[in-house]
Every structure is written in structure tokens, then in C-alpha cells.
Design a protein around this ligand. Structure first.
Ligand code: FAD
Length: 390
């Protein structure tokens, strides 16, 4: 089989790429190793409305399983900071539906899909790529002019193509989550909990859905005394008032790459979404960036295919676009992450005293100067901030 564009992985990045490339008129094939697209999910399913609007994405209403007004942040001792406002409004999706809907949108444009089809290897052949794909009907060989690695955090496409895709172990967070029913908690906000004993160098969350909640946490394994699962059990036990009548209806786990590596393309290959490790390094949200990366990559791929030039140099335009849009911001957020990783519980208490919801939103947008000024009132934090943020 021969195609113009072969996409490995049918997550948000893969299906958005498929829709774009099919709409330009290319012969597009998506291979997905799971037997069911979107299932099991490895995600708390939160997206901001403002983010989707920016991407001009009108998602099908059936994908939305919760509407939220903002976030409530909890310091280790339980002090609350409320984050509200238009930019904090958002949705909790049902990814099992969202991903199928994204695939259906791509299929409407003419993309082809194979499920339970796992890419297992690839090699260069006559200027194209030859992929081996394990399917229910046996191993298939598929030749493609362009291969898009949309294969998530465990991506192999980049490695097969010779890119160095390995980051430091400290650049991966380990996430674990129950979907639970029967919680006793307000359901118009997402709830975020901080503390070294809650989730070392990460945070715990409760995201409300129509009749259930995603309850999870992400930690940096290297700094942890227990497994992520044990922290989650402890978190649930310690919040008796919320979880008294709660029961799990699903458990899922996954890795979150919280640092970006630089090379996203090589000859005839582009990486998008988590495969290129593009999540926001502060909160670990990756759906928005996965979709945005595919929109950018597809625009460049279209031009490159038209010019019949899929060289690394030509495809680098995608990398440059990404860098222009996100490079500076990501660098600042990485500094902020380094700063936050140095904080003790007492420091989070101090921050909860001086920061309002809008300050925290500004921080997530990599606005650091105002933050340093605010810390003048807290000299111990100012020293750290000067070291890590300036
Ligand atoms: C616990 C947890 C909570 C999270 N919560 C949020 C959140 O609330 N909001 C948010 O924005 N982000 C969240 N994220 C991050 C978000 O889930 C990812 O950033 C997003 O899914 C990236 O999309 P993607 O399409 O790049 O990759 P994925 O969604 O991971 O999709 C990759 C696809 O490739 C397939 N695949 C892999 N290898 C192969 C192969 N060899 N052959 C064929 N198919 C293959 C996989 O089966 C998968 O379907 C969370 C992550 C975790 C782990």
C-alpha cells in the first residue's frame, strides 16, 4: 500500500493532522494501535473554552461532559485561591467521544483509518518511508512520502527516524487517576491541590464531569517516597468529607512529558503533540498544544508536498513556527517550573496569602516580572525567584 501521508496514532494530534491533510486532498492513512479510539483515556479531559476558540474549533456538544467556571487552588493547609473569569472557563471532555468525533471529522474529509494497527518499525526506501504495521490481518507494509508521529508520549516514530527524543527522567511526570462517582464537592470548578505530601513536585486534581469526577495526580517519580498510586489513595483517604461515598468507575495512568526537546522533524517525518513533547510544562495540559501543533505541521506539510520537497530543511519551517509561537513562553515556564520545584509547603502557604486568581493565571501565561515584584513582601521567596526566574 502506498499513501501520501501516514499518521501513527489517532489521538487529538493524529486526527486533527489527518483532517487537515485530507482536506488538502492528500491520500491519508491513520494507524491506531488501540482497538477503540479514545479508550482507555489517559487524561483529566480539561480544556479551556478560550483555547478552543483560539483554534477556531467548534467541538460537537456530545464531547462536552462538564462545563466549568474556573479553578479553586488549595494550599497544603487548605487555604483556597479562586481563579475565575472568561479565560478560565472551560470544559471537561469525554475523550472516548471527543477522539472518535475528531476521527469522524477526518474521515468526512476522506482520511482512512485502521484500528488495532500498531506501527512496529520503519525504514527509508526510495526516498519514501516504509512502515511495518501489525494488524488483525497480519503484518502490512505501507509506503508513505510523509510519516507523522502522533504516537504520544511513548512515541517511537521519532526514534526510528533517528531523532534524539529522550529527555531527562526529571522531565517526565507520572500521572494516575480514578474516575469516581459519589463525590461531595462543588461541580462548577476544577479543584487543584498542592503540597509535598500531596503530590511531590506536581499536584492533585478533581475535575467534575456530568455524573462523575476525574480524581488524579501527577508527581515527579524521582522525588517521591511512594508510588503515584499510593499518593492518590492517601489523598482520597485524607479528604473524607469529599470521598465518604465515592467509588471508582475507572482507573488510568500515563506519563506527561514536561519538557520539550528541540528536533521535531527529519527527512519525510514530522512529530506532533506529545510525540514531540509539547505539553505545557507548568500544568501538563497537552490537548490544546497537540491540536495546535498539528494545524501548524499540516500547513507546512501541504506546501512541502506541493513542492515535492520533504527534506528536513523544508520541514523545519514547522519547527520554526512552533519556536516563534511558543519558544520564549516555554523557556519562561520551564524557569517557573524550576522555581516551583524548589518550594516547600510553607512557601505555598506564603504564595496563597499574596496571590489572587488573576495573578496565578498571569503566571501560567509566563508573565514573570510582576510576580517577582510581588515577592518583595516575602524575602525568602524573592531570593529563590531571583535565582530561578531572572
Ligand atoms: C493523567 C493525565 C492527565 C492529563 N490531563 C490533561 C488535561 O486535563 N488536559 C489536557 O489538555 N491534557 C491532559 N493530559 C495530557 C494529554 O492527555 C496529552 O497531552 C494529549 O493526549 C496529547 O495528544 P496526542 O494526540 O499527542 O497523544 P495521545 O493522546 O497520547 O495519542 C497518541 C495515540 O497514538 C497511539 N499509538 C502510540 N504508539 C502507536 C503505534 N506504534 N502504532 C499505532 N498507534 C500508536 C496511542 O494508542 C494513542 O491513541 C493529561 C495526561 C495524563 C497522563
Amino acid at each position: 500500500m502506498k499513501v501520501d501521508c501516514l499518521i501513527v496514532g489517532a489521538g487529538p494530534a493524529g486526527s486533527v493532522m489527518a483532517k487537515e491533510m485530507a482536506s488538502y486532498g492528500y491520500d491519508v492513512l491513520v494507524v491506531e494501535k488501540k482497538q477503540e479510539i479514545g479508550c482507555p483515556k489517559r487524561c483529566a479531559e480539561g480544556v479551556t473554552k478560550h483555547g478552543l476558540d483560539k483554534l477556531e474549533m467548534k467541538i460537537h456538544p456530545l464531547c462536552i461532559f462538564g462545563r466549568i467556571k474556573g479553578a479553586i487552588l488549595y494550599s497544603p493547609s487548605g487555604k483556597k485561591v479562586l481563579m475565575e473569569g472568561e479565560e478560565m472557563e472551560g470544559y471537561v471532555l469525554e475523550r472516548k467521544i471527543f477522539e472518535k468525533w475528531l476521527a469522524a471529522e477526518a474521515i468526512k474529509e476522506g482520511a482512512r483509518y485502521m484500528v488495532k494497527a500498531q506501527a512496529i518499525d520503519m525504514e527509508r526506501k526510495n526516498g519514501n518511508w516504509l512502515l511495518k504495521v501489525k494488524t488483525i490481518e497480519g503484518i502490512k507494509e505501507i509506503e508513505a512520502k510523509l510519516v507523522v508521529g502522533a504516537d504520544g508520549v511513548e512515541s517511537k516514530v521519532g526514534r526510528w527516524a533517528g531523532l534524539n527524543t529522550t529527555n531527562k527522567i526529571t522531565d517526565y511526570h507520572s500521572g494516575i487517576q480514578f474516575e469516581m462517582a459519589g463525590l461531595n464537592i462543588e461541580n462548577k470548578y476544577i479543584h487543584i491541590f498542592f503540597g509535598r505530601e500531596v503530590a511531590p513536585l506536581g499536584y492533585a486534581w478533581i475535575f467534575p464531569k456530568a455524573f462523575s469526577f476525574n480524581v488524579g495526580l501527577g508527581i515527579l517519580v524521582k522525588q517521591a517516597k511512594m508510588r503515584a498510586y499510593d499518593y492518590l489513595k492517601k489523598f482520597i483517604e485524607e479528604h473524607e468529607e469529599i470521598f465518604r461515598n465515592a467509588q471508582p468507575i475507572e482507573i488510568n495512568a500515563g506519563g506527561v512529558p514536561v519538557a520539550h526537546f528541540t528536533e521535531m522533524v527529519t527527512d519525510g517525518v514530522m512529530l506532533v503533540g506529545d510525540a514531540a513533547q509539547l505539553v505545557n510544562p507548568i500544568h501538563g495540559g497537552g490537548i490544546y498544544r497537540a491540536i495546535h501543533s498539528s494545524l501548524m505541521a499540516a500547513e507546512v506539510a501541504n506546501k512541502a508536498l506541493k513542492e515535492n520537497d520533504l527534506s528536513k530543511e523544508r520541514l523545519k519551517e514547522y519547527e520554526k513556527k512552533w519556536e516563534e509561537e511558543y519558544g520564549e513562553k516555554t523557556k519562561k515556564l520551564m524557569k517557573l517550573r524550576a522555581f516551583l520545584e524548589k518550594l516547600e509547603d510553607k512557601d505555598f502557604e506564603l504564595l496563597a496569602e499574596i496571590l489572587q486568581g488573576e495573578d496565578i493565571y498571569a503566571l501560567t501565561q509566563a508573565k514573570l516580572n510582576f510576580f517577582i515584584k510581588k515577592l518583595i513582601k516575602k524575602p525568602s521567596l524573592l531570593v529563590l525567584a531571583k535565582k530561578y526566574l531572572m
